[in-house]
Design a protein around this ligand. Sequence first.
Ligand code: ZN
Length: 141
Amino acid sequence: MPKHFCCVPDCNSASAKKNNLQKYPWMKGVKLFPFPLRKAAVLRKQWIDLVRRHDFTPKKYTRICSRHFLKGQTPRDDPKAKPTLFPYNNWGKKCSPLYIFSLIISVNACRPTKINLLLVHAYLILGHFNFQFLIRLFLKS
Ligand SMILES: [Zn+2]
């Protein structure tokens, strides 16, 4: 059986790790799904876009792991399922207000400009808030 890895950036799921759950307990129950077939072109393209990898074409053995699907909404449950949970959207989790507040403070402590605050607020309101974005903003400051 070929060894499968999850193709999502910053996700470390791999089929081989399931044989060592003591070392990789988070791999318990994780499944690796193939991309939709070429004949399901629209869905396939949506998956590719969602993965957000530069110059990315899934190959025969390219896999995406079940950690990127909502419970009960995996390709096994629904052939039209789409991955929605990624490191870039904080695995679909909304951050706590206190956490967001502390990030805003730290960003603005570095560079207290109105534009930084506006950017952070815009991202929060639009629901595009993600941790990596703020880290990038923070590093740029
Ligand atoms: Zn993954």
